[in-house]
Write a protein that binds this ligand. Structure first.
Ligand code: PHE
Length: 363
């Protein structure tokens, strides 16, 4: 098992602010990966991990993912993420105390990083964090924020699924397509509703008992048990929960044509992208297809765009993915290679045009 020290040695980011919260037995990791494009911004994940080192690793990987996400959409923000590694589900006073503590820590960073919602946290949680710091995205509209990012992310994933269908089947329509959605939380639920409204055939999976059944009743879908998520035959597999679901064990078993969903860090290792590619399964790069929430937060709260412009920009994920798929195919590479190249180009151009870039080169 890898230690905390190993995690720090392996990582290419800027720094991690680490605190142990004795009152709740939780670890707080705020990972700041890269601020070339601007202040770091990314959500807060609250989860139970096997060890603190696993929580740290998740924070580091998620923060790196945010760097690429902001670069891929060419928005002026850097990569950062928070992980709250809790020993058990926290509620009420305990949860509030941990969130206030997080707010205090973010405030000490004095603008280096802004937090928001991610897996395991809610807009209500952010309202609590916001009592201690102004560096919070996604506060309710009444408090000047852009609210829950989930529906915005879902809008972008829907557009990305259409682009994937166009590439794989020649038609962007999802009518009659079987789509398995894994995870029916802030993104998965609105995504499934939107796809069902367009005539797709939904297969729903959730780790929380009863959640898939409830949504299936509402939109007329089939419930699939969690252990069949990776083996069930379908046109599109849409992972909308945890990461690392694409790995050496799951990839050989998939019976789908497309993987396109909102989960961050879908591959366990980057090399797994080649495995999926070899199997002829089209993959929509996670940090491109799931950028809708980031687009909404950044544009509504900082850049001052209208909702209409935001919606158009998020629907533009269709065109971005269309370009990524076409270019990857022309080069004979995986969509991950192509999307990474695009983001890396934005980052290196920004570094080169920075004042003092010559002096800093090579450092
Ligand atoms: N956590 C979401 C994401 O990974 C939404 C988010 C974006 C939250 C940007 C804060 C800042 O994109």
């Amino acid at each position: 098992m890898q230690s905390l020290e190993d995690r720090y040695r392996e990582w290419d980011g800027e720094f991690v602010l680490t605190r142990y919260d004795a009152a709740t037995g939780s670890w707080i990791f705020i990972a700041i990966h890269d601020r070339t494009l601007g202040t770091a911004a990314g959500g807060c994940r609250m989860s139970i991990y096997g060890s603190p080192a696993d929580g740290l690793r998740d924070a580091m990987r998620l923060a790196r993912g945010m760097t690429y996400k902001w670069a891929a959409i060419d928005f002026p923000f850097g990569g950062g993420k928070t992980v709250l590694a809790v020993p058990r589900p926290l509620e009420h006073a305990e949860r509030e105390r941990l969130l206030l503590r997080l707010g205090e820590l973010i405030q000490t960073l004095n603008g280096a990083y802004g937090v928001g919602v991610d897996l395991g946290t809610t807009p209500e949680d952010m309202a609590i964090v916001g009592r201690r710091t102004r560096w919070v995205f996604g506060l309710p509209a009444a408090q000047g924020g852009s609210g829950d990012p989930g529906p915005w992310t879902a809008l972008g994933v829907h557009a990305g699924i259409r682009a994937s269908c166009r590439h794989a089947y020649g038609s962007a329509s999802v009518r009659g397509r079987s789509i398995l959605v894994q995870g029916l939380g802030g993104v998965g639920a609105p995504l499934a509703r939107g796809l069902a409204a367009e005539g797709a055939r939904l297969l729903l999976v959730d780790a929380i008992p009863g959640r898939a059944e409830a949504l299936a009743g509402e939109i007329g879908a089939e419930v699939v048990p969690p252990e069949q998520a990776y083996t069930r035959e379908c046109d599109i597999f849409a992972p909308c929960a945890i990461g690392a679901i694409l790995n050496e064990r799951s990839i050989p078993r998939f019976r789908c044509r497309i993987v396109a969903g909102s989960a961050n860090n879908q591959f366990e290792r980057d090399a797994d992208a080649a495995l999926l590619h070899q199997r002829g399964i089209l993959w929509a790069p996670d940090f491109v297809i799931n950028a809708g929430g980031a687009i909404a937060h950044g544009s509504l709260e900082v850049l001052g765009w209208t909702e209409r412009r935001v919606r158009e920009r998020i629907e533009g994920i269709y065109d971005t993915l269309d370009e990524v798929f076409t270019e990857a195919e022309n080069r004979g590479e995986s969509p991950l290679d192509e999307a990474t190249r695009r983001a890396a180009r934005i980052l290196s151009d920004a570094r080169a045009s920075r004042p003092g870039a010559d002096a800093a080169a090579g450092s």
